[in-house]
Ligand binder design. Structure first.
Ligand SMILES: O=P(O)(O)OC[C@H]1O[C@@H](O)[C@@H](O)[C@@H](O)[C@@H]1O
Length: 594
């Protein structure tokens, strides 16, 4: 028998109950909140239930049979819990490795993730907060006002969330999860609703000082795309501490391990080595062995990631509302990202420090070679500075590249956001098969970028592709910085929105259902696009930005209108296509600026 089945340890919690039984667990005690199905912690180690190691605890097994694991960490690194809250959990945060080592003398911090096993209709958990700094978070905690600043995230069955150490969070009543994490039980409670522990009559300890030290403030929202690995496996996360895969088994599958895996059955039944396992079961699959799985089941499988750091680039998309700091692989995929609210009313240093925090987090697992920033223009690329971007008035004329370079000690490059998106689409998106690509974004404003043979043509003053200010008419609304008759004053989302408002309509999409308005918009945009074709004659024009969400309303009409405005030999010769990278184009392009 190759597999090593484990018996859970049940943990009392103030907010516990007896509903873990519905996941197949059996216990007699009251108020059980957690079943630790794979644990090597001394306060509750799992025990092997069958096979040659039956009766051994997981920690003993790890100490005496290291060959079964294929890793050499001094202590078993993972912990798996099933959690079923019968009440809200405390508002809390966990330390990372560094803080756990310095404050708790423990080897591991507590980066964790949740697979939602069950959630009530409209269920929400707490994930993040809106406080601008550690000081304002601490003040809110001291004055009892923390709840109003917490972010609630809707969740439903099957969702997966990675909760990096430092994230202020809380599970809530009736949201049950399978929790996979580093081997640590250190929780810093920030707020506990003033509840008392029935067993002692006392409130539980709070850890406001340690907690505010550990907390991200402002909050960094973590996003990682799910990756399909093969016909039955998807990767839910892969980080420095562990990876988690979801295996959907519909028939027989064979797998083999390099290092050990922990497999938890979350749905259905699985047969392995002649034994049947249902929901709630957790098995250790030892290293360097092959396994045969049979049945219909969904399993979450975890293991330890390789410690070698991959080379990667960081792309930053600095917007008026949100800033995103992303790891972009050498083949142009966003691997993971932190997102936070841009706070343009605060000092630029606040933004730089937030970026630094995110970059440092990524540096723990990646060898970062370059950082690129995509920001709204106008910019002074030579000085690496903002000029007068309308949505960032406090930072006008401030230099961003040099301070970030000295803060990060990494090469940093700045570029206009539309140019960065153009580069991304040309290298990895809708323009990847051709040489010359003109990208036009039609959103709040209108911007553009020209890429030739994968090189961004920025122009002598960094302003190539600024097609928003291209004059397409002799009339039009006045604008503080744009020409009368500029494309942007006629065809941007803002222009459409303004026209919709004067007609008593709610949005630009509704405006474009009006035949006359649609024709006006199409003719204006087509004039701009025809001018571009006559200027650089690109292989393709890629259109992106929010207004392209209504493209089905005007697409054919736009192509005809462009054809009518170009030389006969160019008619239909320049395909108009929609962007492919959507919200990721900014960070991907930024990452490839140098
Ligand atoms: O502090 P309380 O409310 O008991 O919650 C503690 C629990 O919180 C959850 O979010 C997880 O981190 C669990 O691993 C932890 O045991």
């Amino acid at each position: 028998m190759n597999i090593i089945p484990l018996q859970p340890h049940y943990q009392y919690r103030l907010w516990g109950g007896d509903r873990l039984k519905r996941f197949g667990f059996c216990f007699d005690e009251a108020s059980i909140g957690e079943a630790w199905t794979a644990s090597a912690l001394t306060q509750g180690s799992s025990i092997v239930t069958a096979g040659p190691y039956a009766g051994t605890t997981l920690s003993e097994l790890y100490d005496t049979h290291r060959e079964l694991f294929g890793i050499d960490a001094p202590e078993f690194p993972l912990l798996i819990k099933w959690i079923d809250p019968n009440d809200d959990l405390s508002i809390q945060v966990h330390p990372d490795d560094e803080l756990a080592q310095s404050l708790e003398h423990q080897p591991y911090g507590k980066n964790e993730c949740w697979y939602i096993l069950d959630a009530p209709e409209g269920g929400e958990i707490i994930y993040g907060h809106t406080f601008e700094s550690k000081e304002t978070l601490q003040q809110a905690l001291e004055t009892g006002n923390v709840m109003s600043g917490l972010i609630r995230k809707p969740v439903s069955r099957g969702d997966f969330l990675y909760v990096p150490a430092g994230t202020v969070h809380a599970l809530t009543k009736d949201v049950s999860v399978l929790e996979i994490q580093q081997s640590s039980d250190t929780t810093y409670r920030l707020y506990d609703y003033g509840r008392t522990e029935p067993t002692t009559g006392h409130t539980r300890d709070l850890h406001v000082n340690q907690g505010t030290r550990a907390a991200f403030a402002p909050h960094l929202d973590y996003v990682e795309p799910v990756l399909s690995l093969d016909h039955f496996r998807t990767q839910l996360t892969r980080n420095r501490y562990f990876f988690v895969e979801k295996w959907t088994i519909e028939r027989e599958e064979s797998v083999s391990t390099d290092t050990f895996r922990l497999l938890s059955v979350v749905e259905g039944t699985l047969e392995m080595d002649g034994l049947f396992f249902g929901m709630g079961a957790t098995l250790l699959l030892p290293a360097h062995q092959s396994f045969h799985l049979d049945g219909t089941a969904v399993c979450l499988v975890t293991g330890v990631s390789s410690p070698t750091k991959q080379k990667a680039r960081i792309g930053i998309d600095l917007g008026g509302t949100n800033t995103r700091v992303a790891i972009v692989s050498t083949d142009g995929h966003v691997e993971k990202q932190y997102k936070f609210k841009t706070q343009p009313h605060l000092e630029l240093d606040t933004l730089l420090n937030q970026i630094k925090l995110a970059v440092e987090r990524f540096q723990l697992e990646y060898d970062i070679t370059h950082v690129g920033i995509a920001a709204p223009g106008p910019l002074d690329l030579k000085r690496g500075a903002f000029l007068t971007p309308p949505n960032l008035p406090n930072w006008h004329h401030q230099v961003i590249v040099e301070p970030l370079r000295s803060l990060l000690r990494l090469p940093v490059t700045l570029e206009n956001d539309a140019n960065a998106a153009a580069l991304a689409e040309a290298k990895f998106g809708a323009g990847r098969h051709v040489d010359s690509v003109f990208y036009v974004t039609v959103s709040t404003g209108i911007g553009g970028g020209f890429v030739y043979k994968q090189n961004l043509i920025s122009g002598a003053h960094g302003s190539a592709g600024e097609v928003g200010n291209m004059i397409i008419r002799t009339d039009g609304p006045a604008h503080p910085t744009l020409n009368v008759g500029a494309l942007e004053t006629h065809a941007s989302g803002t222009a459409l929105h303004e026209r919709a408002r004067t007609k008593g309509m709610t949005d630009s999409m509704t405006l474009l259902t009006d035949e006359i308005e649609r024709s006006t918009f199409v003719e204006d945009l087509a004039t701009g696009l025809a001018n571009i074709i006559h200027t650089v004659d690109p292989d393709v024009i890629i259109l992106g930005g929010g207004v392209t969400a209504s493209a089905p309303l005007y697409w054919n009409q736009l192509q005809d209108a462009v054809a009518m405005r170009v030389y006969p030999h160019l008619r239909g010769a320049t395909p108009l296509v929609l962007q492919q990278l959507h919200g990721d184009a900014g960070v991907i392009g930024a990452a490839f600026l140098a």
